[in-house]
Design a protein around this ligand. Sequence first.
Ligand SMILES: [Zn+2]
Length: 421
Amino acid sequence: MQAFHVSLAFCTVLMLSLAIKLWLASRQMRHVHAHRAQVPAPFDATIPLDAHQRAADYTIARTRFGMLSESFSTAVLVGWTLLGGLDALNIQLRNAVLPWGGEMVYQLALFGAFGLISALLEMPLEWYKTFRIEQHFGFNRMSLGLFLGDQAKGLLVGGLVGLPLLAAVLWVMQATGSFWWLWAWALWTGFMLLMQVLYPTVIAPLFNRFTPLADAELANRIQTLMQRCGFQAKGLFVMDGSRRSAHGNAYFAGMGRAKRVVFFDTLLERLQPPEVEAVLAHELGHFSHHHVRRRMALVIGLSALGLALLAWCAGQTAFYQGLGVQPNLLAPNHALALLLFLLATPPFLYFVGPLMAQLSRRDEFQADAYACRQASPQQLSSALLKLYEDNASTLTPDPLYARFYYSHPPASERLAALARA
Ligand SMILES: [Zn+2]
């Protein structure tokens, strides 16, 4: 492998993925715009024209913003790699931190500085999305103070959780010889399983308030449904999602007996109890079909592949030089290798996205079918219609765009399947 080939492969894949992203986005915008004037046939009795047009405008605004932010991210990525950004940062920190801080501190500083700079670069985009686009369409409920507080808290939690994990991974890379990637894999898998428990109980409460569901009638209905489905959960909670956004949702979090059911307050405001029951039955369907466990197994399997690939790349000089970095010869190189690998792989993974989306849509159909058996298909339909309308999801996506990206089936396909149930 030669550096030039690495550069060429990286550039080709990066440019190709950006070109496809921009092309699909422009297709989506054209398609949505072309169907803006009229509510499509299966929905014309239930969705008013102004809601349809608001959804079209929202979709177009978000897609246009997506084109901008993808182009920006690509430019930043080229800056970090081929234009030498990461190399410059590495040299600075190696000279500044290594002599007094030692090897581990220098490596953690490299990751920390990279994370901080990336977060600062992305913040204006995040701000624009929240306070321009979401605000304009009436979804944003965040003040600037809450937004900045979230950003700071996110960085702090990322540091508190991420840096010890990173230190452990770097230590494993250093200490366990040529099969370090197997040890790192075991560590990473343990961490992911631990987060399944810690996220809902410790981390999410830092950002939102969770209160036990107070509505006795609804709680009763949900308990009955869960008994019918043979499902146990440790409590029903309402989350104050309305502090940040008007978008509604419901989810399960946790593993085994620590699982909890979480409803966004925005969802409960909008749906009737039988509709909430149907939405929850859909979520139970994901568990009953082991979708969650299977996805977890897939992620764990892919991490093993990724780490093995990293272990191989880390030993190739061409891997570094082809991506604009000089490997450290007289200082530990693990952090640099890991960081570069994390930067270089996403453009390649983009092409696996459609396959993942396809699998996810199949799971959604299965969960819907389960919900139809355990609750009412009509109630699920009417709940979904309300959610589509409230979230201003377009009912007329470009078919190719939907194939490529949609993790959930388009509204028309999904409601048609429910109508047949
Ligand atoms: Zn689902």
